[in-house]
Design a protein around this ligand. Structure first.
Ligand SMILES: [Ca+2]
Ligand SMILES: [Ca+2]
Length: 168
């Protein structure tokens, strides 16, 4: 991570709280717990103890250059979250998180402003599929073509609704 300094240079610092043996696909930065310090959300795929897992960790910034790691989501798959964005989806002043998985699913996590999130289970379908068709939230499942289309459509909606999404 690179920190901007007053003399217009960058200072590279290590984030030791990242998972070992993990690929980091995406990072989103915002103050998730309202303490004035910018926190991080990290989408990763790890290979620990012989098992592939994908997920999202929230790293809350603490004084002294430390980060408090809070696992937010994990699944035993390599097709988990690969992209993250943050914004206030319902306008309650608390930063929320949106993750898009390699399987084309959209995961929405609503923040409580104190560093915790609740996963939004029910997403409104915006596809030509019958309304009665079940929509899976499992990142290990195979999404139908209609679901993929919906996810992409919803993702672009989110990206355009948020004034300045933080996407890396
Ligand atoms: Ca914070
Ligand atoms: Ca919110």
């Amino acid at each position: 991570m690179n920190l901007w300094k007053p003399d217009n240079t960058w200072k590279a610092v290590d984030v030791n709280e990242l998972r070992p043996m993990a690929y980091v696909w995406s990072v989103a930065a915002a103050d998730f717990d309202g303490d004035g310090r910018t926190d991080l959300a990290v989408a990763y795929t790890s290979f620990e103890l012989g098992t592939w897992r994908s997920g999202v960790d929230v790293l809350l910034s603490r004084p002294g250059g430390y980060w408090e790691r809070h696992p937010l989501f994990a699944a035993a798959t390599r097709k988990g979250p690969v992209a993250l964005a943050t914004g206030d989806l319902e306008g309650n002043g608390h930063k929320d998180l949106v993750a898009v998985t390699a399987a084309g699913e959209t995961l929405v996590f609503l923040g409580n402003g104190k560093g915790s999130f609740t996963r939004q289970k029910t997403l409104r379908r915006h596809s030509p599929e019958p309304a009665a068709a079940p929509m899976s939230n499992s990142p290990t499942s195979t999404a139908t073509a209609g679901t993929r289309w919906w996810s992409r459509s919803r993702t672009s909606l989110i990206y355009t609704d948020i004034a300045r999404p933080t996407v890396v």
